[in-house]
Design a protein around this ligand. Sequence first.
Ligand code: ADP
Ligand code: ZN
Ligand code: ZN
Length: 753
Amino acid sequence: MSDILYAGVIIDQAHPALDKVFHYRIPEDLKADIQIGMRVLVPFGAGNRSIDAYIVSLDKEISIPPNRIKTIKKICDEFPVLLPELIPLIWWMKKEYHCLTIEAIRCFIPPGLRRNMDGKVEKLVFLKVETDINEKIAQVEGRSRYMGEILRILNEGDGILLPELADMAGGAPLSSFKSLEKRGWIYLEDQEVYRNPWDQPLDVLETDLELTQEQAAAIETIGEGITRSQGIYLLHGVTGSGKTEVYMHLVERTLKYKKKAIILVPEISLTPQTVERFKMRFGEDVAILHSRLSPGERFDEWRRIYNGQVNIVVGARSAIFAPIQELGLIVIDEAHEDSYKSESRPRYHTVGLAIQRCKEQGAVLVLGSATPSLDDFYYSQKGHYTRVTIDHRINQRPLPKVKIIDMRQEIKKGNRSIFSQILYDELKGTLSRGEQAIILLNRRGYAQFVSCRSCGYLVKCDNCDISLTYHSKSNTLKCHYCGNTKPYPRVCPECRSTYIKHFGIGTQRVEQEISRLIPSARIIRMDMDTTSRKGAHQKIIDAFRQKDYDILLGTQMVAKGLDFPNVTLVGVVTADTSLNLPDYRSSEKTFQLITQVAGRAGRGDREGRVIIQTYHPEHFAIQYSAKHDYLGFYNEEIRIREKFKYPPFCHIVRVLITGEKEDCVIKTAMDIKRWLEHRLAEDPIIKSGTLELGVYPAPLEKIKNRFRWHVLIRIRNERIFRERYHEIMDDCLKELYNAVSTIVVDFYPTSLL
Ligand code: ADP
Ligand code: ZN
Ligand code: ZN
C-alpha cells in the first residue's frame, strides 16, 4: 500500500454541484489503515469546514497540482462502512436511478452510524480470586449485605452482566462492586450488547415440515441454482401453497455452502407471520431490518450482520442493502407488491436492484408470488427467469369458492345498501357459526371515477381506453394520459339513467352499515386511520386471531399475507374501484388484490367462501380471479398490453415536475419536452426507439401545495434505448436544472398518479 498517496472521496452532502469524486492526500500515519469504503473526515470548501466523506478509490497519482490538494483529517470508523464489493452497485444505482452518488451511498449506511451513535456497552463481572472464597465472604459479610451475596453468586459461575448480577444479589448498588474491585477480588470487563428488536420468546424452535411433492420439486430446481451460484427464479405458488417453507429450505441449502441469505417481505408490519416463522426456525441466526426499528436497534442489527454474527437477514425493501459479503440467496416474497418500489430518492425498484446485486455477488434470486407482476411473468415466458410452479394448497385444501354479485341487479331490486343480500346473509351465517370474516373495501389513491350505477357504464377516454378522472373544481372529466377532457354527463350515454355519478366511500361508512345490519357484530377496522401508531397492526392482528372480533374490515392492508384459520368468509365490497383507476395496470392490480384477499379464506379445516360485489361482473380481471386462473388472466391482459404498447412492450420513463408556482412548473415541463424533441430530431436512432413523448398534468395535480406535471416518454423496451435514454436524461437534468421546480426522473414508475 506504500505507493498509494491519494484517496478519491464522495462528500456527505446531497447537492448536484458536489456530485463528483474529490481527491485528498492520505497523511503518512493513516496509510497503513486506510481502505476503500471507509468514512473519513476531510476539510472542505473555502473555510475548510470538516465534513464526512466516503472513500471510493485509492490512487497512486492524480492530475491535480500538488499545491491544491488537501489532506484527510482522520478515519471515522475502524472498518470500511461500505463493503468494497458493493461499491460497483453504487455506481450502477447512480446511473440507473439518476440519483446523486451520496444518495446511493446513504442507502447502505444505517442512520445511527452517520450520527456517530455508539454501540451500547455493558459491564460483565468476573471473579478474580479462586481460593478461600468462603473466608472472603465471611470478611465482608458483616460490612454489607450485598458483597457476600455477589461473591457467592459469582462462585457458582461468573461472567454475568452487571445489572443482572445486581438484581440477583437483591439490588446491590454500584458501590458494592467498586469496593470488591478495589480489593482485587473481582474484575469488570466491557462487553458490547446489541439492542434486540425481537421481543418474543425463542425457546421453542420449530423444525422442518415434511415437504409436499411440489415443494420438494421447487426446492430441487432452485437448489441447482444455489449449487451453481447463479439464477433468477420466479416461484409462482397459489395462496396457501407453503412458499415460506420453500424459502426456509433454500436458506438451509445456502448456509450449507457457507453463504448467507436476505429475505425480503413487502412491509414488516403487514407480514409479521413470515418474520416470526424465520425467527422460530433459525433463532439467533436471523437479523431483522426495517424502517420502523429505532435507530439504535437498526444500527445494532446492522453491526450484527456486518460482523458476520448472523447468516440470515429478514426485512423490508431497505434490507436489500444489508452489508453481506458472502451473499448466496435473495428471496423477494410477494414480489409483485408496489411497496418494493421506493418513492423517494433514490427511486429504486427492489427487484431490479436485487438482480444486479445477485449478478455481482454470484447469488441466486427467488421472486415468490401467487400473482406475479405481468412483467415478471412475461420475462419468465421469454426465458429470462426460470419459472417454478406450485399449483395446489397444502394438504390438498381446496381454494375457496368465489361468487360474483352483480350490484346493478341489487339496485334494480331496490337494494340501495352497500351490501348485497347474499353478502349480508353469508356474513350473518358466518358469525352465527362462530367463524370469522374479512371485509375488504377496495380503495386506491384519491382519484375519483364516474360511472353509472344502473348499467355500470364507465366514462373513459376515447383515445386511451382508460377511465377519466373527476375534477370537482371545474366539474369536468379529464384523461391523464392524453389530456382529453369531457363535460360531466347528466345522464348515462348507455341507458339514459340519471344514476351516473362519481364514487368514493370510506371504511367508516362500511362499519356503520354493518353495525346497522348486524348490531351484535364485533368489528375491528384496519386502515390508515387505525394503524398510524407503531405496533398498531400487530395489536389488531393479535386481537382478531384471539377472536376478540368477528369481522376484520379494511383496505388493501387486510388482503396480504395473513393466515387466520378461523376465517371462512371474505367479502369484497367494491371490486371495481381499482379497475377504474387511470392507470394501465388497473386490471392487473384488481386481479392481484382479489386473488390475494380470496386467498385469506379457508386456510384452516373448514372450507372458505368469497363474495365479490361489482358493477362489472363480466370484466375479465374479476372473472379470472374468481376462477383462480392466473394464466387465463395473463394471456388476456398481455394481449391488451401489446396492442396499446404498454409495459412490458414498452418502457415508461416518467419525468415528474413539482413546485409551488404552477406557471414555473408548466414552463419547466414544456422546456423538457422541447429539449427532448430537439435531441430526437438530431438522433434518428433514438427517435425510432421513442413511441411517445408528451406533457400532462399529473392525475394528482396538487399535493401539499405543490403543483405536479409530468413528461411521459414511452420507449421501445430494448436495452440500447434504455441505455441511451439514461444518458439523454442525465444531460437534460444538468441543462434544465432550476431552483424553482423539482425534477424527478423515474425509469421504473409503478404509479403514474
Ligand atoms: P403461502 O405463503 O404460499 O400462502 P404459507 O407459506 O403461508 O403459504 O403456508 C400456508 C400454511 O401451510 C402455513 O400454515 C404453513 O405452516 C403450512 N405448511 C407449509 N408447508 C407445509 C407442509 N409441507 N406440511 C404441512 N403444512 C405446511
Ligand atoms: Zn347507464
Ligand atoms: Zn386519453
